[in-house]
Design a protein around this ligand. Structure first.
Ligand SMILES: Cc1ncc(COP(=O)(O)O)c(C=O)c1O
Length: 365
């Protein structure tokens, strides 16, 4: 039986053409060139920001965002415990302390009702995550951050194309970050972008990502920087991906509809709850919560050749991060971890395959 992977990039547009062009004509295979400029322009326009800075991946994007805002030792950053480890790692790279916050059980993003309880005099930022394609609560977050003079950083790595109240994710943070890893809605293989409307922040991130040099080529280092650059080759792939963004989103909407058609109405399965008039999530990996412990169900699906995953293991349970939250409880994130299930979602996944996945899932209860 044909195996169904969890995710698969679609590189059947202009990707090969543009990469070949870089190799054959331009010779610019490193970190400057036509496609890098074009890619940044496409990202800025699409996510409605003044400035877009490409970088090597989503983790370096978060690191640059935090550093540009001056976050360092002694500072605290509120971050959901239910997210990928890169979010906490980037905070720790800066010498700051991650302050974990639980999720809400409706849409699984950060529980904004707990923000006040997590705030201290050291809180400098909230790192909000648009988890599994769902925008965080941007009715509350920007206003709460503004009122408390706290920065909002948005991690939209898993939600390219999602919208909240008509605005795209990526447009909410002082700095917003994306990943373009191979399993994301848009990919460059490895890659990231930082978006902002603040020129000073943009300039700071630009220097930081390029060895601390004010302008490329000058051996004049103002600060200790990093090499967090994306290559022109990767950006060439990214441009071809952006060209098909709308098509990708339409297809992912279709995948979501098919999953709901086959799995909806089953009491055993719970989907994210959200205001459908206001919020348009994107079907990144199709995610749901199963009432039974998902582990047994997952292994049955794996046995049928269907790749699947549990939700992220919450960061407060992870060895490097436990020490930041001793004696604190995160029951909702732990529930999601125990019951969460992510299923395949990629562009050429067919209705028939989704039926097959759904039938196996329903049979495994
Ligand atoms: C929410 C979130 N943030 C950050 C990252 C890190 O991105 P990258 O793998 O490109 O470093 C990921 C995963 O890829 C993610 O899911």
């Amino acid at each position: 039986m044909k195996k169904i992977p969890l995710a698969k990039p679609d590189l059947s547009g202009n990707e090969i053409k543009y990469v070949n062009e870089v190799i054959a004509k331009q010779g610019r295979i490193s970190s400057s060139g036509y496609y890098l400029d074009k890619f940044e322009g496409m990202a800025a326009r699409r996510f409605k920001r003044k400035f877009a800075l490409s970088c090597s991946n989503g983790t370096t994007a978060l690191h640059l965002a935090l550093l540009s805002l001056g976050i360092g030792p002694g500072d605290e950053v509120i971050v959901p415990t239910m997210t990928f480890a890169a979010c906490a790692a980037a905070i720790v790279y800066c010498g700051a302390r991650p302050v974990f916050i639980d999720s809400n059980l409706q849409d699984w993003t950060i529980d904004v009702l707990q923000l006040d309880a997590k705030k201290t005099s050291r809180t400098r930022a909230v790192l909000a995550v648009d988890l599994y394609g769902m925008p965080a609560n941007y009715d509350i977050l920007p206003a709460w951050c503004k009122k408390n003079k706290i920065y909002l950083i948005e991690d939209a790595a898993e939600a390219h194309g999602a919208c909240f109240a008509g605005k795209p994710v990526g447009s909410f943070g002082q700095v917003s970050c994306f990943s373009f890893y191979g399993n994301k809605v848009l990919t460059t293989g490895e890659g990231g972008v930082c978006l902002t409307d603040d020129k000073a922040l943009y300039n700071r991130m630009k220097v930081l990502k390029n060895h601390g040099m004010r302008s490329a080529g000058l051996y004049d280092h103002d600060i200790v920087g990093f090499n967090y650059r994306l290559t022109n080759l990767q950006a060439a792939i990214g441009c071809a991906q952006f060209e098909r963004f709308n098509e990708f989103l339409a297809k992912r909407e279709q995948l979501d509809r098919w999953y709901h058609e086959f799995l909806g109405g089953t009491e055993e399965i719970i989907f994210q709850k959200y205001d459908q008039k206001k919020i348009s999530p994107v079907c990144w990996l199709f995610s749901c919560v199963v009432k039974k412990n998902s582990q047994l169900i997952r292994s049955k699906l794996t046995g049928k050749g269907i790749e699947n995953r549990a939700f992220f293991k919450p960061l407060h349970l992870q060895k490097p991060y436990k020490r930041y939250c001793l004696n604190q409880k995160f029951p909702k994130a732990e529930y999601l971890y125990k019951h969460g299930l992510t299923l395949p979602a990629f562009i050429d996944l067919t209705k028939r395959e989704i039926k097959r996945i759904s039938d196996y899932l329903l049979a495994s209860f």
